[in-house]
Write a protein that binds this ligand. Structure first.
Ligand code: ADP
Length: 447
C-alpha cells in the first residue's frame, strides 16, 4: 500500500480523497494555486505545495509543477480527482514514467475512451448496445447526408474529442445539416483543438442512466448499480439519484450484466462509469468516463462501499475487496449539486461567505470544502458543495432531502439551494417522472 498520495485537484473532491487516504493510514500532499492558499484541502493535508498562479493552465493543469511536487515530497502515487488532468492519458504516462503510480486506469484505456469514435467501436465490439449512428468519423457533407438519411432525422452531431456537452449540435433536417456540422466543428476546434465529428440518432426523451464499475486488473469486475442523472442543464448534471426510479429489477440486472461483461472484455482496471441513454426499455451507450465521478457518493450511500478506497487499493495492485455477491443496494440516495450561482440566471456568484451552516442528522452527508469566511475564487468550477441524502425508501429520502435543504445556510454569496428546493417539490420529480429535457423546460417556465 502507498505511504503518501499527492492529490492533484482542489475543492470538495480534494477533501474527499484526503478523507479516504486518512482512513487508510496514508499521508496526503495537497497542491494548490495561489488562489487556494486558504482552502480546506490545503489546511487538512499533511503537506502542501503551491504549484502556480490562479489560472488552471498554470496550476492544476501544470504537469511539470505537479510531478515536481510529487517528487519533492516523495509521494508514491497521484490521485487526479475529476476534471483537470483526470482523463489526460499523457499525464498518466508521465506520472508512471517518474516511478509514481497514477490512481486510475491505464493510459491506453483513458486514451481509447477519450476518443469517442474509438470508444464507441470498442464497447460495441465488447458487447454493449450503442446509439445508432455513423460507424466512425463523418468524412464530408455527402457522407453525412447519406448517414443521416439512413438513421433518420433529427440527428445529433458530436465531437470525437467531446466533453461537457461542447461541440454538440442537432440537425432537424437535411436543410440544416451542413450548417450544424460547420457550427459543431468550429465549437469543437475551439474547445478541443480537434474537429473530427461523428453522428448519432437524436433520441427525443431519453433518461441518462450510468453504471458504476470497479475492476482490479486481476479479472475481478464488480458493478455498484446505476445512477440516474437525467436532471441536466446545458448537458451538465444538477441532481442525481440511485437507484433510477425508471428501472425495474430485470432491467437493472441486465444493465449490470452487460456492463461488467464489457469491462471484462476490455481488460479495464480501476473505477469507471459507463453512460447510457435509456428510452423505451432500451439502453444505448454514449460514453465511458475513466475517472471518479462527481456523483459517486449516491452509489456509496446505497452500497456502503467507499469507492475512493477501492480506487486506491486496486491502483496499489491489491485485488478488489468485494465480489458481486457482496454488493447489496439498500434504500435510496439523492445528491444535489450546490453551485455558487444565481439560482435563476445561473450567473456565477464568487465571493466571501458570511455564514455557513450545513445540515446534519441521520442519512445526511455534505461533501464540501467551504467554511464561514471562505472566499469562493472566480477562477474555477462553481460547484461548492454536494448534499447527499440517504433514506430507506425513495419517499423517505425525499422527505429527508427537503428538510436538509431547509436547514442549509450559506450567506454572502448566491447558491442554487433555492432551485433544488423548488425542484424537490415538483410533482413530476416526486413521481420520478422526468427525462433529460425536463429540467431545461422547468427552468424556462414550461412546466
Ligand atoms: P459529453 O462528453 O460532451 O458530456 P455525452 O455523449 O456524454 O457528451 O452526452 C452528454 C449529454 O448530451 C447526455 O447526457 C444527453 O443529455 C445528451 N445526448 C448525448 N447523446 C445524445 C443523443 N444521441 N440523443 C439525445 N441526447 C443526447
Amino acid at each position: 500500500m502507498f505511504d503518501k498520495v499527492l492529490i492533484a485537484n482542489r475543492g470538495e473532491i480534494a477533501l474527499r480523497i484526503h478523507r479516504a487516504c486518512r482512513e487508510m493510514g496514508i499521508s496526503t500532499v495537497a497542491v494548490h494555486s495561489t488562489a487556494d492558499e486558504n482552502a480546506m484541502h490545503v489546511r487538512l493535508a499533511d503537506e502542501s505545495v503551491c504549484i502556480g498562479p490562479p489560472s488552471p493552465a498554470d496550476s492544476y493543469l501544470n504537469i511539470p509543477a505537479i510531478v515536481s511536487a510529487a517528487m519533492i515530497t516523495g509521494a508514491d502515487a497521484i490521485h487526479p480527482g475529476y476534471g483537470f488532468l483526470s482523463e489526460n492519458a499523457q499525464f498518466a504516462e508521465i506520472v508512471e514514467a517518474h516511478g509514481i503510480t497514477f490512481i486510475g486506469p491505464s493510459p491506453d484505456h483513458i486514451r481509447m475512451m477519450g476518443d469517442k469514435v474509438a470508444a464507441k467501436k470498442a464497447v460495441k465490439a465488447a458487447g454493449l448496445p450503442v446509439v445508432p449512428g455513423s460507424e466512425g468519423a463523418v468524412e464530408d457533407i455527402g457522407d453525412a447526408l447519406k448517414i443521416a438519411e439512413e438513421i433518420g432525422y433529427p440527428v445529433l452531431i458530436k465531437a470525437s474529442a467531446g466533453g461537457g456537452g461542447r461541440g454538440m449540435k442537432v440537425a432537424e433536417s437535411a436543410d440544416t445539416l451542413e450548417e450544424m456540422i460547420t457550427l459543431a466543428k468550429r465549437e469543437s476546434k475551439a474547445a478541443f483543438g480537434n474537429d473530427e465529428m461523428y453522428m448519432e440518432k437524436y433520441l427525443a426523451n431519453p433518461r441518462h442512466i450510468e453504471l458504476q464499475v470497479v475492476a482490479d486488473g486481476h479479472g475481478n469486475v464488480v458493478h455498484l448499480g446505476e445512477r440516474d442523472c437525467s436532471l441536466q442543464r446545458n448537458h451538465q448534471k444538477v441532481l442525481e439519484e440511485a437507484p433510477s426510479p425508471a428501472l425495474n429489477a430485470e432491467e437493472r440486472a441486465r444493465l449490470g450484466r452487460v456492463g461488467t461483461e464489457a469491462i471484462r472484455n476490455l481488460g479495464y482496471r480501476n473505477v469507471g462509469t459507463i453512460e447510457f441513454l435509456y428510452e423505451n426499455g432500451e439502453f444505448y451507450f454514449i460514453e465511458m468516463n475513466t475517472r471518479l465521478q462527481v456523483e459517486h457518493p449516491v452509489t456509496e450511500m446505497v452500497t456502503g462501499i467507499d469507492i475512493v478506497r477501492e480506487m486506491i487499493r486496486v491502483a496499489s495492485g491489491a485485488p478488489l475487496s468485494l465480489t458481486q455477491e457482496d454488493v447489496e443496494l439498500q434504500g435510496h440516495a439523492i445528491e444535489c449539486r450546490i453551485n455558487a450561482e444565481n439560482p435563476v440566471t445561473f450567473a456565477p456568484s464568487p465571493g466571501k461567505l458570511v455564514d455557513y451552516h450545513p445540515p446534519g442528522g441521520l442519512g445526511v452527508r455534505v461533501d464540501s470544502g467551504i467554511y464561514s469566511g471562505y472566499s469562493v475564487p472566480p477562477n474555477y468550477d462553481s460547484l461548492i458543495a454536494k448534499l447527499i441524502v440517504h433514506g430507506g425508501s425513495r419517499n423517505e429520502c425525499l422527505m429527508r432531502l427537503r428538510r436538509a435543504l431547509e436547514e442549509f445556510v450559506i450567506t454572502g454569496i448566491q447558491t442554487t439551494i433555492p432551485l433544488h428546493q423548488e425542484l424537490v417539490a415538483q410533482q413530476d420529480f416526486i413521481n420520478g417522472d422526468y427525462d433529460i429535457r425536463w429540467l431545461e423546460a422547468f427552468v424556462a417556465g414550461d412546466r
